[in-house]
Design a protein around this ligand. Structure first.
Ligand code: MSP
Length: 527
């Protein structure tokens, strides 16, 4: 392990419903990035969790006729199961109802109050319960929440305000002097045009009428605004202001908070302002990703899809394995931009990438080693010009993949690894071991070709491990690789000489798209 630390977070989810494929998006992408860093030997802390206070949760629990905690415990069980099935390798799952978290939030609120950053006044305006957001009359679009398009309610109450307006210049300065703070760059323009240029107003940070929250320590009529509570999780998870703050000392500031574009403003405006008020270092980066859209551009978060399609990740995983969901989310939606989900697109991606490339290469090479050398991998060194070319190309693609990943471009990094698979197939096609095999004097050359092809395949699968952990682990285990390490400095150094390969079942069976479509349609219609 190197000294490089890497602290990455997902937003914490509202357990207002069972999580959707859209929610899986952020988590899968973060998991992929976290795994990649671990495979590079970095010391990673990957945080996710649930955002459990606020009006929205209280309302749902009431509608379900249960108390908040009973409602939450049930749904969090489902969330954790979902993350397990998707192989999400979080280091901590935080719940904002954890007492350690609550204690830290109280301390943060107290410090801000003592420092004069928080004061009491009266709020008059609108509130969107699903987004837990305050809006002024002017900000509404057709009288509705500008973020999700739903009805807002009147909020008119005494509350505490955080002096957000005071940080307007500092935030502007932050975006200008540190263009890496908020990416992609388009998000900076959104923040400037939609918020900073309109003039920042102080932010209401407590609610009198909302009881399901953390009570303000010095005013028991008020509970702390759910977004202040929620954002603080990035610190409380590390033990900030607790007896053991070693993780805070080690991992803060966060290397990246990955969030969906609709909550960038909380992370790129409110969060840095609070941290400045606390005199804490700011996260190095906020990455505002796009949305997975359904039914021609609609977001699952706010609207139900009209077209009947299977969008439940649990169903998709049970039919096509967990890596199929990861493959689609990472490979088919360019990180940072919006991208559509369709059942057909999902199935085509499965066939095109998982069956034809990832699964096929392993079956193809295993088949050849069995046919041409009784399954035994034997190092041989009858080199030809095409071997050096292969190595050069693999080296370049590997470097490209690492570079993309370190620059938060997982979709491009994924494509680079798939190109290594293409290179490998091309090398085998060009060298035609099936022709060489016809002449026994070529035995050593056949073994050289197979050896180089297997080395290339393992380069691809070790890089792919962060993207497709389940399937690559199955293959890598057959080569005695239990712990994946990406060697940045050299290639083709897998110790595979004298390993015997056996015939395996195909990792990803090619799907009959028409048949799958009709079966999925039936499932969707019955739901
Ligand atoms: N609780 C807040 C976050 C607090 S973080 C301090 C919240 N929760 S959420 O459950 O509504 O959303 C969690 C994440 O899921 C967000 O990043 C959101 O963008 C993401 N997604 C939900 N549906 C989505 C898509 N359809 N596509 C991509 N991501 C979207 O906001």
């Amino acid at each position: 392990m190197t000294n490089t630390k890497f602290y990455i977070t997902t937003p914490i989810y509202y357990p207002s419903n069972k999580l959707t494929l859209g929610n899986c998006y952020t988590t899968v992408l973060c998991d992929c990035i976290a795994r990649f860093h671990r495979n590079l030997g970095h010391d990673v802390f990957f945080l996710t969790g649930t955002d459990e206070h606020g009006q929205k949760i209280a309302k749902i629990a009431l509608e379900n006729g249960v108390n908040e905690m009973d409602y939450l415990n049930e749904i969090i069980k489902d969330t954790k199961n979902l993350w397990k099935d998707l192989n999400i390798s979080y280091d901590k799952f935080i719940r904002t109802t954890d007492s350690e978290h609550e204690k830290t939030v109280l301390k943060i609120f107290d410090i801000l109050y003592q420092k004069g950053e928080i004061y009491k006044s009266t709020y008059q305006g609108k509130y969107c319960i699903p987004c837990e957001s305050f809006w002024s009359e002017e900000q509404l679009i057709d009288g509705k929440c500008p973020d999700c398009g739903r009805e807002v309610v009147e909020a008119n109450e005494d509350c505490y305000f955080f002096k957000l307006s005071k940080y307007e210049d500092a935030l502007r300065n932050l975006y200008t002097t540190n263009p890496n703070f908020l990416v992609p760059a388009s998000r900076v323009n959104e923040m400037l045009n939609n918020f900073l240029n309109q003039g920042l107003k102080d932010l209401c940070v407590s609610r009198k009428t909302v009881k399901w929250g953390i009570p303000v320590s010095f005013d028991n009529e008020q509970t702390i605004y759910v977004w202040i509570d929620a954002l603080s999780n990035y610190l409380s998870a590390l033990g900030y202001l607790s007896e053991d703050d070693s993780k805070f000392k080690k991992y803060w500031p966060a290397d990246v908070h990955v969030v969906g574009k609709e909550i960038v403003r909380f992370h790129a405006i409110i969060w840095p302002a609070i941290l400045m008020a606390l005199d804490l270092p700011l996260p190095k980066q906020i990455f505002g990703h796009g949305w997975l859209t359904f039914d021609n551009g609609k977001l699952s978060k706010s609207k139900k899809t009209e077209k009947k399609e299977v969008i439940d990740p649990r169903v998709l995983m049970s039919r096509y394995k967990s890596d199929s969901v990861r493959n689609f989310l990472i490979g088919e939606i360019s990180f940072g931009q919006d991208g559509p989900y369709t059942q057909e697109g999902f199935l085509n991606s499965y066939n095109g990438i998982l069956a034809n490339k990832v699964g096929n290469l392993f079956s193809r090479l295993t088949g050849m080693v069995i046919k041409y050398n009784d399954g035994l991998i034997q190092y041989a060194n009858v080199e030809q010009a095409s071997d050096a070319l292969l190595k050069d190309n693999v080296k370049l693609l590997k470097e490209q993949c690492i570079d993309y990943m370190l620059n938060l471009k997982p979709t491009l990094a994924y494509k680079s690894t798939l190109k290594i698979i293409d290179e490998c197939n091309q090398y085998v096609d060009n060298n035609k071991p099936w022709e060489l095999f016809k002449d026994s004097t070529n035995k050593e050359r056949v073994n050289t070709v197979l050896y180089n092809a297997l080395q290339t395949m393992l380069e691809a699968y070790t890089l792919l491990n962060a993207f497709l952990p389940e399937s690559t682990a199955t293959i890598l285990n057959k080569f005695g690789i239990d712990k994946v390490e990406i060697n940045k400095d050299s290639i083709f150094d897998f110790e595979i000489n004298n390993i015997t390969l056996e015939k395996n079942e195909a990792l990803f069976v090619r799907l009959d798209i028409a048949k799958e479509m009709s079966e999925l349609q039936e499932i969707a219609n019955n739901n």
